[in-house]
Write a protein that binds this ligand. Structure first.
Ligand SMILES: [Mn+2]
Length: 311
């Protein structure tokens, strides 16, 4: 290595600064800067950039996966999806194609949004590959509306589309607390496929029991996808988001639950709805970056998680 290479950072915005070639990588990051259906404050299109920057300016050690470090994981940050502002279906189609290749190559897919609609594209890739997943969602919202103001592929209806298109078998929501009656009725009518826990449930039952209930509900699933909507966490910890809702989860509770449910069935993770335009001192981006790092470290080092190649 020449001094020219040694004294320069080739890609200062690569996630966690640990860029490895795609062929070697066990984890692949893709940014999805799309926020065209945001119903309140737009700006999550700037999430990928902001989360990456934050990831480069925090310590790289794990919290639950303690004494492990993100640079021990072979990560390739492939940059951002070429999204089409205003064209949700084409954007989702592109994400689905890109995700298919990543998953097919046996790598953990990590998508950074962008709005929650992007989950549809990643999950569709799994369904297309015959790997229909079950999804654990951290979210303040169900996103189970039939449509939002007449539009079907809104971030407020993404989980309804996923279920109705039969892209996922089961969904567990943790942190839901903001809904329309229509959504609760839908969730209740589909109890065989939807389990939900509000922050009150989490407080009452404790994170360990929530973890046990989640694992039990997903015990028959072959593949798992985890979607972290940052607004599942209380806005006092995560103000930088487009549709904040009070009375949310604490970051530590979320990390402990994620740590409890991850196992060798994990195929993909996303982090969505981080909006740096309405953030405060980047605390939401920092939290999002740290949660992704923690999930990646748990995936790599947890004894319950075998290597992808053994799947
Ligand atoms: Mn949400």
């Amino acid at each position: 290595m020449s001094l020219r290479e040694f004294y320069t950072i080739q890609n200062p915005l690569a996630f966690s600064g640990t860029q490895r070639p795609y062929s070697e990588a066990e984890v692949v990051i893709v940014g999805v800067p799309f926020d065209s259906t945001s119903s309140f404050k737009p700006g999550s299109r700037f999430g990928p950039r902001s989360v990456r920057e934050a990831s480069n300016n925090i310590e790289s050690n794990g919290i639950l996966a303690n004494r492990s470090y993100i640079e021990q994981v072979k990560i390739h940050d492939m940059g951002d999806l070429s999204v089409v502002p205003g064209d949700t279906l084409e954007t989702l189609n592109r994400l689905s194609k890109v995700s298919e290749e990543i998953i097919q190559d046996g790598k953990l897919l990590v998508a950074i949004g962008g709005e929650h609609t992007i989950t549809y594209g990643a999950v569709k890739a799994m369904a297309n590959l015959g790997m229909k997943p079950c999804i654990t969602v951290i979210d303040a919202h169900f996103d189970l509306r039939k449509d939002y103001l007449g539009y079907s592929y809104s971030h407020a209806s993404v989980m309804r589309r996923i279920i109705e298109s039969s892209l996922a078998d089961r969904i567990v929501y943790i942190g839901v607390r903001a809904y329309e009656e229509e959504e609760i009725l839908y969730a209740e009518a589909h109890k065989d496929r939807i389990l939900y826990k509000t922050p009150i449930d989490v407080e009452r039952e404790g994170y360990k029991n929530i973890t046990v209930a989640t694992k039990r509900f997903l015990s028959q699933c072959r593949y798992i996808y985890v979607s972290i909507d940052i607004d599942g966490i209380d806005p006092s910890y995560a103000p930088g988001t487009g549709t904040p809702e009070p009375f949310g989860l604490s970051p530590l509770t979320v990390v402990k639950i994620i740590g409890g449910i991850l196992d060798d069935r994990l195929v993909g993770i996303d982090l969505v709805e981080v909006n740096p335009l309405v953030d405060c001192n980047d605390i939401t981006s920092v939290l999002g970056a740290k949660m992704l790092q923690e999930a990646i470290l748990l995936y790599k080092f947890s004894s319950r998680v075998k290597k992808q190649s053994q799947r």
